[in-house]
Design a protein. Sequence first.
Length: 183
Amino acid sequence: MNKLPRSFYDRDTRLVAQELLGKFLIHKSGGVERVGKIVEVEAYLGEHDLAAHSSKGLTARTKTMFGPPGFAYVYLIYGIHHCMNVVTEREAHASAVLLRALEPVKNLEGRTCGPGLLCRAINIDRRLNAHDLLSSEFFIADPEAAEKFSIVKRPRIGVDYAKHWAKRQLRFYIKDNPFVSRR
DNA sequence: TGCACGATGAAC
DNA sequence: TTCATCGTGCAC
């Protein structure tokens, strides 16, 4: 499979988000290779985006978001679940794409619809924060055969506190895909 | 040093 | 609709 280059991530976040749909997320751990097709994402546009963690500025947690593109930003939410993001655009732009759902392709365990479930199924936790997505055991790749699909745009989930930013259509998913977390 | 609160998921 | 559960960010 064709691993996505750094330049893929170093572009407009909304564009990267939509182009990540249909791509394969690969994680090799404990001698097992797990693969899922990305079917739902959300874009977080940077420090000015009130829904983005980076809107609070550079902190210990958000350091990865302020780093260069093509790295994983993984954090613990509600003390229970992990969320996996891909850092986009130039260093210090502090933007990222949250992966919300996968369609199982290989060795995924349990459900994969929703950011927390997705991380559990493909064995991602915060030890993978700041991990390079151009590495050999954790990366995103183009599938062998690209499929045709329509992209649905909706407001992001769970960001009602973000004032007008909560209304922006920055959630993208593959139309009619059964693994999308919620209609 | 303490405390309110999540980019969620599951149960009731 | 409620709750589990803990790291983070900010108030004091």
